[in-house]
Design a protein around this ligand. Sequence first.
Ligand SMILES: [Zn+2]
Length: 211
Amino acid sequence: MIEKVHIDPVLGEVTLRKSTRSRRISIRVHPSRGILVTVPFFTPYAMGVAFLESRREWARAALARAAARNADLPEGEDIESLRAAAKAYLPDRLRLLAKQYGFVFNRVAIKHNTSNWGSCSSKGNINLNLNLMRVPRPLQDYILLHELTHLRQANHGPVFHAELERLLADHFDRNREAPDFQSFLPKIAASRAQYPVSYTLERALKTYRPV
Ligand SMILES: [Zn+2]
């Protein structure tokens, strides 16, 4: 993947990125990283710039919306208190779930980033985002179970999803009396009829963006 910075007179710094996977030009607005224009690998950057200019008004509005959303989110000390709360809670919760479902991981670390809720390395080290402290417990547990499942399946293939669905079914059943799980149960039941439960939880998570 190769990139280039372009300065737009209205939008400021814009990242142009060539992608071998994309077949058309696209624009994304990221709250902290700004505007990203992806162009197919063999398309000149200039076409990406022209495309952006044709949608400048839309991009300007999207950027303003992203900035406004960010304004009421915690920063500074709040991040530090989230970190302290995350360190006090998440490793214990992960250990509990690992024990319950027969997983053995190596280390757990609390991280702060905006790109993922968690990750699991091939060495069995699990990273959890401190932003998980801002989401309801059923969604937290979903992420923890997702990362634990990676200890058995490194990819997101059908075997991974089947295993994760099995764990989620058991976990929601086990916790059906817990008040914070109860509000999710109708959603889970409706999902089961149509979509994998992880799909529904993933959608619910989208309303809690990491900051
Ligand atoms: Zn994953």
